[in-house]
Design a binder for this molecule. Structure first.
Ligand SMILES: Cc1cc2nc3c(=O)[nH]c(=O)nc-3n(C[C@H](O)[C@H](O)[C@H](O)COP(=O)(O)OP(=O)(O)OC[C@H]3O[C@@H](n4cnc5c(N)ncnc54)[C@H](O)[C@@H]3O)c2cc1C
Length: 322
């Protein structure tokens, strides 16, 4: 078998921590495939990111650094990943299943004309993977049959790789004309938040339809801020316009696994559980004792959020000395 190439993400000149589980996957995969782990860094002015990437014990860090790659576009990045796959002699190409990973890697698989396995949660061999289906109710065992395979991995199922060991060689690669795609970057509209990214937060406070309206999320936001956490929501709350869609946790939202997850006025539909049931500690607050969320909760409060959230916030304030 050949080598394993893991595509890393960076933002504002920093390696994204979301990529660290993909490095762990890459190490496991390289062992299974009997090849070397290679890391790919693509962007503009990414020398520092490459330096950072060199601390994770990979054989090589391949870097494509070009001013034209300032803004991520799947159309321009995908041919570069294909180029690097050949350069690395890789038979496995992986990345974390973030919005970028999910956008980029299927294009890479199409260009390489090879198998694509998405949202992988486990590795059973050089070409054998596990992934959830049907909102996590079924675990599928997949065996690929093409010489190369492209894989996205679920961030919550592989530990973040730790820096250490011998530094990797950093190699600048000339990927040729990086500007030959027919898509053009126009602008990015993003919401700036002081809170941690939902997929990287250690604490998440999520609200559901039972919050009734957007302004009722304010006490949840205050609790999240007190604990340095992020805000989340059920799809019903997002669809009702109470909070923005990017807060949605679940099968069609973000998959999260924080140390502590508060599900407030969320019933616990299977599609919501698919996105948060790997959380280390789950606290459910719901006025209905029969709500399915209590089946996965470590701590359950059968009460209204109107009563529980102010009391909980006051207790946390006391503990924090605020
Ligand atoms: C294909 C598909 C994909 C989906 N993807 C997702 C997804 O990614 N994420 C997701 O969340 N859902 C998803 N859904 C929707 C999902 O099936 C549920 O409809 C949704 O999760 C319900 O959200 P909820 O728990 O907030 O609302 P509800 O089910 O209406 O529950 C509201 C809860 O609030 C409680 N409550 C009401 N008032 C109070 C109060 N004052 N204090 C305390 N508790 C109170 C109620 O007892 C109830 O349990 C998907 C559905 C489909 C079909």
């Amino acid at each position: 078998m050949g080598n394993v190439l893991v595509v890393l993400e960076q933002a504002q000149g920093q390696l994204r921590s979301a990529s660290l589980p993909a490095i762990s996957f890459g190490k496991k995969m390289a062992e299974a495939a009997g090849g070397k782990l290679m890391l790919a860094v693509i962007g503009s002015g990414v020398a520092k990111v490459a330096e950072e990437a060199a601390k994770f014990g990979a054989a090589e860090v391949l870097v494509v650094d070009d001013a034209k790659l300032q803004n991520y576009l799947a159309e321009s990045y995908a041919p570069i990943v294909v180029h690097l796959t050949k350069e690395a002699q890789a038979t496995v190409v992986g990345a974390t299943a973030t919005s970028v990973g999910k956008d980029l890697l299927p294009r890479v698989a199409a260009l390489l004309d090879c198998a694509m396995v998405s949202d992988v949660t486990g590795v059973d061999g050089a070409n054998k993977f596990r992934r959830p289906m049907m909102a996590g109710n079924v675990i599928t065992h997949i065996e690929t049959s093409t010489p190369t395979v492209v894989v996205t991995v679920r961030q919550t199922e592989f530990p973040p790789a730790a820096a250490g060991g011998a530094a990797s060689t950093v190699k600048k690669v000339d990927a040729g004309n990086v500007d030959n795609c027919r898509a053009e970057f126009v602008s990015v509209a993003s919401q700036k938040s002081e809170r941690p990214d939902l997929t990287e937060a250690k604490v998440i406070v999520s609200g559901g339809r039972g919050m009734r309206e957007g302004k009722n999320f304010e006490p949840l936001a205050a609790l999240a801020d007190l604990m340095g956490g992020a805000m989340g929501a059920s799809r019903a709350a997002c669809d009702a316009g109470m909070v923005p869609n990017d807060l949605q946790v679940g099968q069609t939202g973000k998959v999260v696994a924080p140390d502590l997850y508060f599900a407030v006025a969320i019933s616990g539909a299977i599609q919501h559980l698919a996105g948060m049931k790997s959380s280390k500690v789950i606290v459910a607050i719901n006025k209905d004792a029969e709500a399915p969320i209590f089946q996965v909760a470590d701590y359950g409060l059968v009460t209204t959020w109107e009563k529980a959230i102010p009391e909980l916030t006051a207790e946390v304030q006391k503990l924090k000395g605020k």
